[in-house]
Design a protein around this ligand. Structure first.
Ligand SMILES: NC(=O)c1ccc[n+]([C@@H]2O[C@H](COP(=O)([O-])OP(=O)(O)OC[C@H]3O[C@@H](n4cnc5c(N)ncnc54)[C@H](O)[C@@H]3O)[C@@H](O)[C@H]2O)c1
Length: 391
């Protein structure tokens, strides 16, 4: 009987970081009704930020917020907060993630989940001490319907033996050398990884979930714009890596056959706005996808004879059903909503509907850290560097 249904579980969130991504989360919460049958409902009860702009944004749009603070420790001490979304500059990741876990909160942390391998290890140690807390790393691109289809194809072994994988994320947001410096271009705030910490996890999420593990890497890193204007009108050094190209020897599953996997992360990619792409070439099937053509999935099956690339027009056929008809378009904020649906589902104890419909795990973030650390070593030594744990 309908009247016997359990009330929907509500999860009270505290948001730490009221910038770009903190607001994207708030927007996803505001349109939670878009999901057809969510197993839980998020509620923002507390926010923490430093800049007036971000806090004012929440004040105006979220009247009645229980807690607005500049000190994240106050938010962690709030017993109403059950889960924390950490959307902060990278140098703060370890400190704030650890505080959240030690305070007994579930945690969705923005990538790269720690500024460097050491910071990641600190977060992991806290997570190990609190195994009943859910910890996930934000990366939403896997939830694009065409990428979900690639994931399903991987699950059913449709590609055959993997010949080659190419994945990347290309921006032109730093092409303009007169763009003022911000925290993302400062080594002390963004980290030594530079663009790898910024964009890398987004490209690694699908290959890692597929079990394509980098054994070693030869990386070429480029600092193209070496100084930028600052807010005071002067010029300051800009030492972060703008672009990174990683050629990995990857293995398909533990001890499996090797194949080349190329990962490209670029902040200075002329002509590209926000291009996330993935290409998988296999002996039985191949797939190509890029957000430049967001609906199009290119697909080729090879059974002998002609090789014919086909084109599938994907729509809004999402892992977590929504009220939008399947023929309509899917976009960035839809992917963010899907990612949060996955997180809330897991919190409500629902196993992800598919292997590729879950958020990035602590272990997957850890592998990305080992890869980026090896990439730094490879670049400086101009040689191939092993990826710890990749063998
Ligand atoms: N998933 C994605 O697509 C995506 C996109 C962009 C950024 N990110 C990630 O999200 C995180 C945040 O990036 P962003 O673009 O939202 O940055 P942002 O600069 O827009 O926002 C960061 C916010 O943190 C606040 N802050 C700084 N120090 C603080 C402190 N001590 N306590 C509380 N608040 C503090 C700032 O006031 C600012 O509002 C990063 O990890 C970044 O890599 C993810």
């Amino acid at each position: 009987m309908a009247g016997d249904r359990q009330p929907m579980r509500t999860v009270n969130f505290g948001v730490v970081g009221c910038g770009l991504m903190g607001r994207e989360f708030a927007s996803a919460v505001a349109r939670w009704c878009h999901l057809a049958d969510p197993p839980a409902w998020p509620r923002i009860v507390a926010v923490c930020g430093r800049g007036d702009q971000g806090l004012d944004w929440f004040r105006k749009r979220w009247p009645g917020l229980g807690q607005i603070t500049r000190e994240y420790r106050e938010l962690m001490a709030n017993p109403e907060v059950e889960a924390v979304y950490m959307a902060l500059p990278h140098h703060l990741h370890a400190e704030v993630c650890c505080a959240a876990l030690e305070a007994g909160k579930h945690l969705m942390a923005e990538k790269p989940l720690g500024m460097d391998l050491r910071a990641y290890e600190a977060i992991r140690a806290c997570a190990v001490r609190h195994p009943d807390r859910l910890v996930r790393c934000a990366s939403q691109w896997v939830f694009i319907p065409a990428v979900q289809r690639i994931g399903l194809a991987i699950e059913r072994g449709a590609f055959g033996r993997i010949i080659e994988v190419n994945a990347g994320f290309l921006h032109s947001s730093d092409l303009d050398p007169e763009k003022p410096i911000n925290w993302k271009r400062r080594v002390e705030l963004n980290g030594e990884y530079g663009v790898m910490g910024d964009l890398g996890m987004h490209s690694c999420a699908v290959p890692f979930r597929a079990g394509w593990i980098p054994r070693n890497v030869r990386a070429v890193l480029c600092d193209i714009v070496t100084e930028r204007p600052d807010v005071a009108g002067g010029r300051v050094p800009c030492r972060t890596w703008d672009n990174a190209t990683l050629l990995c020897e990857a293995a398909d599953g533990a001890g499996g056959q090797s194949f080349p996997m190329t990962l490209k992360f670029q902040r200075i990619a002329p002509g590209q706005k926000n291009t996330w792409y993935l290409e998988v070439l296999g002996t039985r099937a191949s797939a190509r996808y890029s957000t430049r053509e967001p609906k199009r999935l290119e697909w080729m099956e090879y059974t002998g004879g002609e090789q014919i690339w086909g084109c599938i027009e994907t729509g809004h056929e999402t892992a977590y059903p929504t009220i939008t008809g399947v023929n309509f378009e899917f976009g960035f904020s839809d992917a963010v909503l899907q990612m949060w649906a996955a997180f809330l589902s897991e919190l409500a104890g629902v196993v992800p509907v598919r292997r590729f419909a879950g958020c990035a795990t602590l272990e997957e973030a850890g592998l990305s850290h080992r890869l980026f650390t090896a990439a730094l070593e490879s670049h400086w030594r101009r040689s191939v560097a092993p990826v710890a744990g990749g063998d």
